[in-house]
Design a protein around this ligand. Structure first.
Ligand SMILES: NC(=O)c1ccc[n+]([C@@H]2O[C@H](COP(=O)([O-])OP(=O)(O)OC[C@H]3O[C@@H](n4cnc5c(N)ncnc54)[C@H](O)[C@@H]3O)[C@@H](O)[C@H]2O)c1
Length: 334
């Protein structure tokens, strides 16, 4: 029997609720309960999906029919909720960023170890079909050696007040760059931020991550209407270049292009080799559904999630380093 609770049914939590309700009707889980301190919100969503709702998460702690909990509340609340739930014997999927500082992230990883609970973090792009396809092709050497990774996330909307773009968006890039090149951490991070609207809460950031042979560049902004809601990733290899539009999980674009080098009498000549571009179709799967199915599998099998607490903790460490780099105006070395 797998019973799931979702705590927090705001902008993102309602997507968890919708997806679990699909899994419920597909018979992959047995029960869903939703919880929000905003009763109106919980009631509306509960009625929409015909799911029970509560307003006090403490009711979940002693409920033997609930074994897994999605925590989709504002990030500053993640630490105490995840800790209390794991200590009460619940497996936990906590949204990203896992916590707002590294000490809390380290403690959650320790609590998961000492209690034997599953601790998964909502690093959704590790569950994105096009990212998984790209990762396989990189590992097989199809792109050659990876020279540059470039991630862009632009939108135009009211900025969050609880965190800036580094913790809200850049946390995805820092994790995905490490994932794609099989590294736990970069050698260094250099970042620059702009806080035009709120003191100390950046609405635009540029992050450069040095991995030695490869550099990852991330550009995040909430005040950029020029591209619509824009989220993409470009990976430049020595043999081919790949591009993903994160909003289209069913497509991976390949540019069969490279800069060739020829050594003619001690003189290096560069030339462009262009064999065209094409799109690889990928069977459609919704990244959030993939993520929640993985959580359910981990609950049943006790395997470590591919977006584990340790992965979430490293992402927090990198986000913290990026903020420190921007503040101090210098590279942070690991
Ligand atoms: N993985 C992703 O792509 C993604 C996307 C968006 C947001 N997020 C993350 O999801 C989390 C929530 O973000 P959001 O934009 O949905 O926030 P939100 O403010 O829209 O919703 C948060 C909800 O949590 C409720 N809440 C707060 N404290 C609670 C408590 N103690 N018990 C029960 N309910 C409580 C609030 O009433 C609210 O309804 C954040 O950590 C955010 O970073 C992840």
């Amino acid at each position: 029997m797998t019973g799931i609770a979702v705590i927090g049914t705001g902008y993102w939590g309602k997507n968890h609720v919708r997806t679990y309700s699909e899994l419920l009707s597909e018979g992959l889980i047995d029960k869903v309960v939703i919880c929000d301190i905003n009763e109106k919100r919980a009631k509306e969503l509960g009625e929409l999906f015909r799911i029970d709702y509560i307003t006090d998460y403490r009711k979940i702690l002693n409920d033997p029919t609930i074994n897994g909990v999605s925590i989709v509340t504002p990030s500053p609340t993640h630490f105490h909720l995840a800790k209390e739930l794991m200590e009460a014997g619940k497996d936990v999927l906590v949204e990203k960023p896992m916590t707002m500082d590294i000490a809390q992230a380290e403690e959650l990883v320790k609590v998961a170890e000492s209690t034997g609970r599953i601790l998964m973090v909502g690093h959704i792009f590790r569950h994105h079909p096009a990212v998984k396809e790209l990762k396989q092709r990189i590992d097989l050497g199809e792109l050659g050696s990876i020279r540059i990774m470039l991630g862009n996330r632009f939108s135009f909307g009211a900025p969050r007040k609880d965190m800036g773009v580094i913790y809200a968006l850049g946390i995805h890039e820092v994790d995905i760059f490490c994932y794609l090149v099989n590294k736990e951490m970069p050698l260094s991070i250099l970042a620059d931020t702009r806080c035009s609207l709120q003191d100390d809460i950046e609405e635009t950031a540029m992050i450069a991550m040095d991995f030695g042979d490869t550099t990852g560049y991330a550009f995040e902004s909430w005040i950029m209407p020029a591209y619509g809601k824009h989220r993409d990733l470009v990976v430049v290899g020595s043999e081919k270049v790949a591009k993903i539009d994160y909003l289209k999980p069913q497509e991976l674009h390949i540019f069969d292009m490279r800069i060739a080098e020829q050594d003619i009498q001690d003189n290096v000549i560069f030339s462009v080799e262009n064999e065209g571009s094409y799109t690889i179709p990928i069977p459609y799967a919704e990244p959030l559904k993939e993520e929640l199915c993985h959580f359910i599998e981990c609950i049943a099998s006790r395997q470590e999630p591919i977006s584990s607490g340790t992965i979430g903790m490293r992402a927090v460490r990198m986000a913290e380093a990026a903020l420190m780099s921007a503040k101090e105006g210098k590279k942070v070395l690991f």
